[in-house]
Write a new protein. Structure first.
Length: 310
């Protein structure tokens, strides 16, 4: 072994090559210096108007699974924050059972145009047709929220291929093809837009006591799909984010057989309770908002009362 080989530091050549790879420190122009750059102008006089302006969701939106619990309450939140046109997409049978809720929503926002469009997210023809109608009716799509989803609580030793595939088709594949259909409209418009996918706390966690590997795998797929689509579509001005709700107090988690299970869920949640459906809407509005959410893409907001902290 020579003395040169025992040296611990880089050789002259290595040092030269390392130095040439150092990324030069970016020089901040006067206007970009955070210490001297002026704060944004304040456009309105009242505190209420200023708060409203920050979280506005303007333009046209599509909400899939929009006749379901979380979809409908999110649609209302988007309308409250300035949306002018909304297409609620869902299965025809769900529209039948939610007629009064959708009528009540329409009566609260008489100046907004609200349309129901039938959609089966497992059919590419149905997606083409529904998003084609939405584009024609609203002249574009600024916001898409994907809430269509089904549970799947079969044990992994006995789950059948049909059961497994159904959960994947609705939750993961359905969300992707709806996102793709909306992104094409957003890209063509040259204006971009915002897409919100619904993952779940189950994307990051193994639920207890019920087994639900198919559901959890489908939702983990959504969380990672979100990051991939965000990276690919940023160039078109399309932001893609997801929310991960914990156990929300909805029909999906109700029923006589679930009373004991719900107690276990509560005991494993630091806040000690299930979420009220309304409690996801802050995250929905933030991510869809064109101003407050402007630099947020590829993010997943967990809304679970702290369950994932344990
Ligand atoms: N409720 C919860 O605790 C919870 C927690 C985490 C995530 N989520 C997710 O939130 C979303 C909404 O859940 P929810 O609690 O409002 O349930 P929900 O059953 O009230 O809503 C789901 C909606 O999806 C629609 N849907 C189902 N299959 C469809 C298909 N093939 N094509 C089109 N629409 C279809 C249903 O008709 C329904 O309106 C789901 O993706 C769910 O997995 C729910
Ligand atoms: O983890 C929260 C939910 O996704 C839940 O698992 C779902 O409600 C299953 O039915």
């Amino acid at each position: 072994m020579t003395a040169q080989n025992t040296s611990t530091g880089p050789s002259e050549d290595q040092r030269a090559s390392l130095t040439s790879r150092v990324i030069p420190v970016m020089k901040l122009s006067e206007g970009a210096n955070p210490l001297t750059r002026p704060l944004p102008t304040v456009p309105f006089t009242s505190a209420r108007e200023r708060a409203e302006a920050r979280f506005q969701v303007l333009g046209n939106a599509v909400v899939t699974g929009g006749a379901g619990v979380l979809g409908l309450i999110s649609a209302q939140a988007l309308l409250e924050h300035g949306l002018s046109s909304l297409c609620i997409m869902d299965l025809p049978q769900t529209f039948e059972t939610s007629t009064s809720q959708i009528e009540s929503l329409a009566s609260k926002f008489p100046d907004a145009i609200i349309t129901k469009i039938p959609l089966d997210v497992t059919s590419t023809e149905s997606i083409q047709s529904a998003f084609g109608q939405a584009k024609q009716l609203m002249g574009g799509i600024d916001v898409l929220c994907c809430f269509a989803g089904i549970p799947g609580c079969q044990p992994s030793l006995t789950v059948t291929p049909d059961q497994w595939n159904r959960v994947m088709d609705v939750n993961l594949n359905g969300s992707f093809f709806c996102a793709q259909a909306a992104a094409k409209v957003m890209e063509e418009s040259g204006k971009g837009g915002s897409i919100l996918l619904t993952a779940s706390m189950s994307a990051h966690y193994t639920n207890f006591p019920q087994p639900q590997a198919a559901y959890n795998a489908s939702k983990a797929g959504i969380a990672h799909l979100t990051r991939n689509l965000a990276a690919e579509w940023a160039i078109h001005g399309i932001r893609v984010n997801s929310i991960s709700p914990g156990y929300m107090d909805t029909i999906l988690n109700a029923g006589d057989g679930l009373a004991d299970v719900r107690k276990v869920w509560d005991s494993r949640c630091p806040m000690g309770r299930m979420g009220d459906p309304e409690e996801i809407t802050g995250a929905v509005v933030l991510l869809c908002s064109q101003r407050a959410g402007r630099y947020i893409t590829g993010a997943d907001i967990i809304v679970d009362g702290g369950t994932l902290t344990l």
